[in-house]
Design a protein around this ligand. Structure first.
Ligand code: ADP
Ligand code: MG
Length: 345
């Protein structure tokens, strides 16, 4: 099944005034406090927020596992409260840290079982299972028992499971949670390849890894305490915080060190970068300027000090800067991936 983006399709996701309250004791928990959201067919959309922000609750409502307390949510025009059967046919969901599956079954048997839940005819079911096992790169594990898979292999199998019904929209709830760098990379590449293969395929991803949202998503909603704080492309979100100009400067030597630049007009701060190596005649300085034009004073000061400029590069703000600006606090350190996306070999 492919999605025809040419015709006037309804939004892939449309959410209005969505609230979800968990009636817990002693106090109810407001997990979603009024969410409005629209995702176009073919978009790669991200929900970025810390633990407890309400991401999983929203995904559960959109995948018809949980009813809203109030408000409305539709998937390709179908109402999550009254048309769950229609929705289940055109979507699928994969969550990180998922323990689904029966350990005694092989990968191939496990996936075939799911084709039966979708009512696929047996021959077609096996065909699709074998095709997806190849697509996710599990050819060598196809006859291996699920209980013997590594965490990364298990998540690849879950991805194959999530694609068995050829969904129009794929919901991914922290799909790389707990995976090592290489396995996480593998899952991200799989998702990108699946999406690129057919126009109109839509992905809603939740993550608390900023670099992952930045790399994958065309648009991102930053969520906290059950509310959307900002929506935009990664670039739009970063521009919101780009009031100061940040540069990285490398010179062969710097008499007087960073302070000799810090006192110049238009320089907010100048600090030595951690990877500075004066012995190798490479001094790196992080410069924060009130505006780009302040660079002129820095360059002429360097001339006066006899420093030769080796490199000068503007640094872009990160989604972390955006989040701190919006929420007034950062994501805690242990919620970041062990190595930032892009920094791996
Ligand atoms: N089944 C539940 N019962 C009570 N409270 C819940 C339940 N599930 C989630 N919550 C609470 O709802 C809020 C949002 O949780 P969740 O949607 O899981 O956020 P996220 O996925 O962003 O971490 C949190 O405060 C969480 O403790
Ligand atoms: Mg969650």
């Amino acid at each position: 099944m492919s999605v025809d983006t040419g015709s006037a399709l309804p939004p892939a996701i449309s959410v209005a005034g969505l609230r979800r309250v968990y009636e817990t004791k002693p106090q109810p928990v407001v997990a979603l406090a009024g969410v409005d959201l629209e995702v176009r067919p073919g978009e790669f959309f991200g929900l970025l927020g810390p633990n407890g922000a309400g991401k999983t609750t929203l995904i559960k409502i959109l995948t018809t596992l949980l009813l809203p307390t109030s408000g409305e949510a539709r998937i390709f025009g179908f109402d999550v409260s009254t048309e769950s059967n229609r929705i289940r046919r055109i979507m699928n969901m994969v969550a990180g840290g998922e323990q689904s599956g029966y350990g005694i079954l092989t990968v191939r048997e496990q996936l075939w079982m799911f084709t039966q839940f979708y009512g696929l005819e047996a021959r077609e079911g096996w065909r699709r299972v074998d095709e997806l096992i190849e697509a996710v790169g599990m050819g060598d594990q196809r006859l291996q028992r699920v209980s013997t898979l590594s965490t990364g292999q298990r998540q690849k199998m879950n991805m194959a499971r999530g694609l068995l019904n050829d969904p129009w929209i794929l919901f991914l709830d922290e799909p790389t949670l707990g995976l090592d760098v290489a396995a996480a990379r593998g899952i991200r590449d799989l998702v990108l390849a699946w999406k690129a293969a057919v126009p109109g395929r839509t992905v809603l991803l939740t993550t608390h890894y900023m670099a992952e949202a930045d790399e994958l998503c065309e648009r991102i909603a930053i969520v906290d305490h059950g509310r959307i704080l900002a929506i935009g492309t990664p670039d739009e979100l970063k521009k919101r915080v780009q009031r100061e100009s940040i540069f990285r400067l490398e010179v062969d030597h710097l008499d007087g060190g960073a302070p000799s630049l810090a006192r110049l007009p238009g320089v907010v701060s100048a600090s030595l970068a951690a990877d500075s190596d004066p012995e190798q005649q490479r001094v790196a300085v992080n410069l924060v300027l009130t505006e780009d034009a302040a660079l002129g004073a820095v360059v002429s000061a360097l001339g006066g000090l006899g420093s030769q400029i080796l490199a000068l590069r503007k640094s872009e703000p990160t989604l972390e800067d955006v989040f701190v600006e919006l929420v007034g606090r950062g994501f805690s350190e242990e919620t970041e991936p062990p190595v930032p996306v892009g920094a791996e070999a």
